[in-house]
Design a protein around this ligand. Structure first.
Ligand SMILES: C[S@@+](CC[C@H](N)C(=O)[O-])C[C@H]1O[C@@H](n2cnc3c(N)ncnc32)[C@H](O)[C@@H]1O
Length: 466
């Protein structure tokens, strides 16, 4: 599935901020073993209590989609897929025609094209437009089988994010994402919808329907590398679940003109076939897809570690100036992975602990911490390596204490509600949060353990600094 962070690169709207700037490790190319079957998938639709109750009632306002366990809609989808050309289970599937989006209301499509609306908001608007046509849309069966309330942090209220994700940096990412979605909708409304109310009436194109369509896109959109990274909703293929251990990705196959994937392992008939949604951490999977893999099963797992300059530092002002020059601030997050930490984290930590006598190096440390150029310069300052490691471990300790506080409190949380529906939702969200916090705390513990075997340390750095 598409990497959600890319939304910010394809969107022209100023509402999308770049506040969160993690040092991303790029996804390795998909590994495909040709001896296993290539599967042709489908055509494409193109390139506090009151808060909880409100969230539940809001979902009812989206008049399409279905409950996740709707057998009726699933059967209708199955019939529609077969009628549209998806062959019965057979390996390999024959090719299926690629189709670009055609608006049932062409005037609406032309207006969005005139305003050069980027892929994500364009698809979100297209999905709402087709959904509102119900049976008369050619995608009606597909849209009816989409979840009415996609699982993603977009559907958590602010109170729920604060309550359950207090310890995790994913809370900030979720708030940022929700703000961006609201900003995108407001921008479309002001610039376009308000000028064409007949084409984009507010009863249909509103914040709730946009939240739904963005929730669908975040959890189902596919990025197609061989179509210059264009994104698409691919019926049928978007029913595949994620497995952290498989390396099977969807892509467009130019020769057969269809979306295909090649499995990297043999499956028995009746066995569930998985794909990979990308090398994402547990937090990122929760953010976009609303689930957390079992602890210890995700080799791409990471936790955002927050590092800060000490206000009592004699060189606080100079260090902050150097950081600001490179687009960083006095407090910054870096990904700590199971396999190690990035050079940017190390560079920031060197800067944070370096004494006044090293002021001439502040600039190069800040530059390496920002790593705007993409150069992975492995800085070495043996004289401050020890306090630097201590600084990282103290930061881990601080973060661990927040997770531990939440995990201890979670045992007695949520017993104060009387409605079974409310209780179910709370228990479900709490379990997701507990799973996430356990997996993130585990990575922090692991980083701390490295301190215990110092002799192993230098080898660790040279091998695992990313
Ligand atoms: C692209 S859809 C996959 C199809 C989904 N099973 C369906 O039929 O709607 C993504 C959603 O599937 C669920 N999902 C995918 N992989 C999962 C996994 N390994 N564990 C739990 N839920 C998963 C999540 O709810 C996610 O938002």
């Amino acid at each position: 599935m598409a990497e959600a962070s890319r939304i910010f690169q394809t969107t022209l709207f100023p509402a999308f901020s770049t506040v969160h700037k993690p040092c991303r490790v790029t996804q390795s190319p998909s590994f495909v073993r040709k001896k296993y079957p290539t599967v042709h998938c489908s055509s494409s639709v193109s390139t506090s209590d009151s808060a909880t109750a409100k969230a539940a009632s809001v979902a009812q306002k989206v008049p399409w989609g279905c409950d996740i366990d709707s057998l009726e809609n699933a059967e209708a989808l199955q019939r529609w897929l077969s009628d549209s050309g998806l062959p019965p289970r057979k390996w390999p599937y024959k090719k299926w025609k690629w189709e670009r989006e055609e608006w049932s209301c062409p005037e609406a499509g032309e207006v969005l094209q005139k305003y050069s609306v980027p892929d994500w908001p364009l698809l979100a608007t297209y999905l709402i437009s087709e959904a509102s046509l119900q049976q008369s849309s050619r995608w009606s069966n597909y849209i009816s089988a989409l979840p009415r309330q996609p699982y993603s942090l977009l559907y958590w209220t602010r109170a729920e994010l604060d309550r359950y994700l207090e310890a995790s940096q994913i809370r900030e990412r979720a708030i940022e994402r929700i703000t961006n979605v609201i900003g995108t909708y407001d921008d479309l409304r002001l610039r376009i919808f308000s000028k064409y109310p007949d084409l984009f009436p507010e009863e249909v194109f509103n914040m709730e329907t946009f939240k739904w369509s963005f929730g669908i896109l975040f959890s189902r959109l596919v990025r197609l590398p061989s179509m210059d990274g264009r994104v698409a909703l691919v019926p049928w293929a978007d029913m595949l679940n994620h497995n952290c251990e498989v390396e099977t990705f969807l892509d467009y196959d130019k020769s057969s003109k269809g979306v295909v994937f090649t499995t990297d392992q043999q499956y028995e008939p009746g066995e569930q076939v998985f794909i990979s949604y990308g090398k994402k951490s547990n937090g990122e999977l929760l953010l976009s897809y609303g689930f957390v893999p079992r602890e210890g099963t995700n080799p791409s797992d990471s936790v955002e570690l927050s590092l800060s300059l000490k206000k009592s530092d004699k060189c606080y002002k100079e260090k902050l100036e150097a950081l600001r020059k490179h687009g960083l601030s006095a407090s910054q997050c870096f990904p700590l992975r199971i396999t190690g930490w990035p050079v940017e984290l190390m560079a920031y930590s060197f800067l944070a602990v370096s004494p006044p006598s090293m002021s001439r190096q502040f600039e190069e440390m800040a530059a390496a911490a920002s790593n705007k150029t993409g150069m992975k310069k492995d800085l070495r300052y043996p004289e401050i390596e020890e306090p630097t490691l201590q600084f990282i471990l103290d930061s881990c300790e601080l973060s661990i204490s927040k997770y531990t506080k939440f995990l201890q409190a979670s045992g007695t949380m949520d017993l104060d509600v009387t409605s079974p529906k409310q209780l179910n939702r709370r228990l479900f969200l709490k379990q997701l949060a507990v799973d996430l916090c356990n997996s993130e705390r585990r990575i922090l513990f692991r980083a701390q353990n490295v301190r215990l075997c110092h002799s192993y340390l230098s080898r660790f750095f040279s091998v695992t600094v990313l």
